[in-house]
Ligand binder design. Structure first.
Ligand code: SAH
Ligand code: MG
Length: 923
């Protein structure tokens, strides 16, 4: 008897929570989804200028394979989850208070259950095991009626859970599970095992009636079946390949697998837990090592070491990684088995591309790609800007999935509020922070991360924090483990190296090269249209051939761009081997790295209705085969040496950032146009001949100057976004070149320059202009930089007139109250969020009228300028002021030919330059 070993076995004493019970039964097949429910903050005060705070409640939806159920609302997410779990258990008729068995009782139960499985009564019931018994009785000779222990360990839920309560490790360790069953069989009076053999059989024969009945149950399809499966060789050097399991009628599929694994008989075939999707029958099959521990008579302590035994066959890294349990030797991945539903053998083909999709799906980036169904185009974005701009699975869900797939606990997300919520002066983003803890199955902390910034909405805090962790994991999991802890700390991510390497030690070897930014280089194909050849190309894209006229509507940061694309695999000679990925509509936010860099770079050079072609080095074969679908099998034999990918892309539609949409929906003409018109009035009134636009962006102001005659002769733009400058050049260049044609309408402009530089740095080439404009720029800098700009521009650049515009924070409630018709998305944004505090996620601040007055008056006074306040959108003197507030500065001192401090710094870089002389020469 086992009494001697009892003290070594620890049983969990703690009362199980509903969630824990659900986890025991369903493991990763139970999926909890938390929803935020907003409750309006009670005393809603219409017309209140300050954003009102809402109380946030949570509701949880628990998805189980059979059904899903939703909880009530709770203030804490944990409570919502427990409540959902409780409701589910009630629905399943499971009692919360489990009567705990003693160890001895558990053993007795195990022995009883095992014996019961070999009774006539069981054999006439419906159970997945019956198919295996049928196969056992079809077998002739000595092996007739013998059932592999591995099958018992795999197919009966009760045996599994009893083994697990005797030794929790048995869940992940099939050897241990088998050893427990062998021991139990030895304790039963009615069934037998024999030394070194992994069979169990009934001592006294089954009744011949039963045997006859089982034998007569022919599978309805008398034909033989072919099951596509995957072989994962133990050696990483050998490729993963497809193989066909041919099971002829009345042949036992386990025998076929045994043959393919080259083992003596099917009792020596080990079976993994299911891998992949919910209630899948996809499992790994591998050969049982000749393991001395698998014979009876070993103590439990010896058994729990089974996996640690150095005498075992070599670990199959890929298969182990894939299944989160130790797999030894060559393995076969197949979806096959008996179910309750039918007497026929259930099977599904496992294709190579299924394998590769599951493989890349274990890494955050790969999983994001899959969620977008765009393996060769999408990338896990680097930033979470707004909920409504995010496409694909949300970061939080991706992180949960990552943890589930790696056999970890659900990560812990905790949000906390810091400081005073209504502190208006803070000027910051809000006061919610999020901490994430990634936990191992043993509840050890593996990674901890706390947001550095605060957020207004708990959901934003969670999504941003989850994204940060995902990005880190995505980059670092292929690094040698020694480098991890130090690297993590730099990014505010605290790694517990010991636990980390325990969980992820196989990652680097399995994912090797594949996650590296594979899309770095691109090869040139065709040339850039000559007109803009003086624009320096941004890093990477040299390979554009753009077709179609430039329509002027091009993507900018924060806009949602919809494209269609086709990616083809091209051979060395430039012939098309295979079309790998096609999408008719693919929408993403520009500026967040939501697509591979070349694609984003390419698109920022394009406008709506244009199409382009570029080529790029192929990513690792894992991605190619995952994308390839049916053709993966033939491609897997191909060397990718010399191959490249060709991308064909068309820009279908561009949705501007929310701020622009809002401004356009509420004001006519749109606010941006009103600002430009305001500036034009001052340009005309002042008879300015030179103008500099500080933070010119894509050149919307400069462009408007070409529409109307003014006294301007020289116009200059400065910005630090090269992308925007390139776009500005593309718009200005053709217009200017046309206007100098004598027949075209004459404009007085003789030169135009675009500079790359920061307007907080002085460049003497821009000293003493007649007019400077700086529209909606300062709020994109940090507040101290805005002050610095104020000082530099008035003390060093010294324009005669300076016009500065910036959003009026007090106007936001008006913008936000007014519903935006026609676009569902806007509605969604409004419903899902509290009033957004800033108009644009890139804004570092938005000032009240008082704050703006303070800034403008202070810098004006310091540098001897006068200042007047005005604005556009709204009416002067009517609350809450203008939508865009404007300050007009005028220099009090006369013009000095030389830069005040004689400083001749020329730090800006010319990005594009045009002069009428140049143009005339060309004519
Ligand atoms: N004035 C333009 C663009 C406004 S968007 C318009 O009204 O359409 C703000 C612009 O300021 C962006 O193009 C951004 O790149 C630029 N910007 C922000 N900080 C800057 C800095 N320190 N120096 C130069 N440009 C800056
Ligand atoms: Mg702005």
């Amino acid at each position: 008897m086992v009494t001697g070993e009892v003290p070594h076995i620890s049983m969990k004493k703690a009362v199980l929570t509903p969630k824990a019970i659900v986890h025991e039964r369903y493991g990763s097949n139970a999926c909890y989804k938390i929803e935020e429910v907003l409750e309006s903050g009670g005393s809603g005060c219409p017309g209140l200028v300050i954003p009102q705070h809402h109380k946030c409640l949570y509701r949880c939806c628990l998805e189980l394979p059979e059904f899903s159920i939703t909880s009530d609302t709770f203030t804490r997410k944990k409570d919502a989850e427990q409540s959902a779990a409780k409701l589910a258990l009630e629905k399943l008729g499971i009692q919360l208070t489990k009567n705990k068995l003693t160890v001895q009782e558990t053993w007795d139960e195990l022995v009883a259950r095992l014996s019961f499985l070999f009774t006539d009564q069981f054999l006439s019931s419906i159970h997945p095991l019956i198919g295996h018994f049928r196969a056992a009785f079809h077998r002739e000779g000595d092996l007739c009626g013998l059932v592999p222990v591995s099958i018992l360990a795999t197919c009966d839920v009760k045996l599994k859970s009893l083994c697990k309560s005797i030794s929790p490790k048995s869940e992940l360790n099939p050897f241990l599970m088998i050893a427990l069953l062998m021991k139990a069989a030895g304790m039963s009076g009615s069934i037998s095992t024999s030394e070194g053999e992994l069979w169990i059989w009934k001592q006294n024969l089954h009744s011949s009636d039963i045997i006859q009945t089982l034998r007569n149950q022919q599978s309805s399809s008398a034909e033989s079946i072919d099951i596509e499966a995957i072989r994962i060789p133990c050696s990483v050097e050998k490729p993963v390949e497809t193989l066909t399991l041919n099971v002829s009628s009345n042949e036992y599929y386990m025998d076929v697998i045994a043959q393919r694994l080259d083992v003596r008989d099917c009792s020596r075939v080990m079976i993994s837990r299911p891998v992949g999707k919910v209630s899948s029958e996809m499992r790994l099959y591998f050969s049982a090592p000749e393991n001395p521990l698998l014979v009876s008579g070993k103590s439990l302590e010896e058994l729990s070491d089974v996996n640690g035994d150095a005498n075992l066959e070599p670990l199959n890294a890929r298969a182990s990684y894939f299944s989160n349990q130790n797999i030894y030797g060559d393995a076969i991945l197949a979806t096959v088995g008996y179910t309750r539903k039918s007497e026929d053998l259930f099977h599904e083909d496992v294709s190579l591309s299924t394998y590769y999709r599951m493989l890349i799906g274990r890494m955050p980036n790969g999983n994001y790609k899959l969620s977008r169904d765009a393996i060769l185009a999408a990338e896990l974005p680097s930033a979470f800007t707004t909920r409504s701009n995010w496409r694909g699975s949300f970061p939080r869900d991706l992180l949960c999935m990552f943890c589930r797939r790696h056999g970890l606990l659900e990560p812990n997300f905790s949000t906390k509020e810091a400081g005073d919520a209504n502190d208006e002066d803070s000027g910051g983003q809000g006061n919610v922070q999020c901490e994430i803890a990634v936990l191992s199955k043993e509840q050890d902390v593996i990674i901890k991360y706390s947001t550095e910034n605060s957020f207004r909405k708990p959901n934003d805090a969670i999504q941003c924090a989850a994204l940060k962790v995902l990005r880190w994991l995505s980059n670092e999991l292929e690094m040698p483990m020694e480098k991890l802890s130090s690297f993590g700390d730099i990014h505010g991510i605290h790694v517990y190296p010991h636990h980390f390497s325990k969980e992820f030690s196989l990652c680097p070897s399995v994912h090797k090269v594949q996650q590296k930014s594979i899309f770095k280089k691109s090869i040139s194909l065709g040339s850039v249209p000559v007109d803009w050849s003086n624009i320096r190309q941004e890093n990477g894209v040299t390979s554009l051939s753009i077709e179609g006229p430039y329509s002027g509507v091009s993507p900018s940061t924060g806009s949602l761009t919809c494209i269609s694309y086709v990616v083809s695999l091209m051979g060395e000679g430039g012939h098309r081997i295979e079309t790998l990925e096609t999408k008719d509509e693919f929408e993403f936010e520009i500026g967040t790295g939501a697509v591979i860099p070349q694609l984003e770079a390419c698109i920022t050079h394009m406008s709506v209705n244009q199409s382009a072609r570029f080529i790029a080095e192929p990513p690792s074969k894992d991605f190619i085969l995952a994308a390839a679908g049916e053709s993966a099998k033939s491609l897997s034999f191909l060397s990718l040496q010399g191959c490249f990918l060709e991308y064909f892309v068309k820009v279908l539609q561009i949705t501007e950032p929310l701020e622009d949409r809002m401004e356009q929906a509420l004001f006519s003409p749109p606010l941006s146009k009103q600002r430009v018109e305001y500036a034009l009035r001052h340009i005309n009134e002042s008879h300015a001949t030179t103008l500099v636009d500080f933070g010119c962006g894509s050149g919307s102001l400069l462009d408007s100057l070409l529409e109307l005659p003014t006294a301007l002769e020289k116009i200059v733009g400065v910005d630090l976004s090269r992308k925007s400058l390139c776009r500005a050049a593309k718009i200005l260049h053709p217009k200017l070149s046309m206007s100098s044609d004598p027949t075209a309408q004459g404009l007085g402009i003789r030169s135009a320059v675009l500079y790359d530089g920061s307007i907080t740095d002085f460049d003497s080439r821009l000293y003493g202009f007649d007019i400077g404009t700086c529209l909606e720029v300062i709020e994109h800098m940090k507040e101290d930089e805005a002050w610095k700009f104020g000082d530099i521009v008035l003390s060093s650049f010294c324009p005669r007139i300076l016009i500065v515009s910036t959003p009026n924070y007090e106007y936001n409630p008006v913008l936000q109250r007014t519903s935006l018709p026609n676009k569902e998305e806007d509605l969604e944004e409004k419903m899902n969020s509290e009033p957004f505090r800033f108009r644009n996620h890139d804004h570092k601040f938005e000032w009240t009228r008082e704050q703006f007055n303070h800034w403008a008056s202070s810098v004006a006074l310091r540098h001897n300028y006068s200042v007047e306040f005005s604005g556009v959108g709204g009416t002067a003197g009517v609350e809450p002021g203008f939508a865009s507030q404007i300050a007009v500065f005028r220099r009090n001192t006369p013009y000095q030919a030389e830069s005040r401090n004689g400083d001749s710094s020329e730090g800006y870089e010319v990005i594009w330059e045009w002069s009428d002389i140049m143009s005339r020469c060309a004519l």
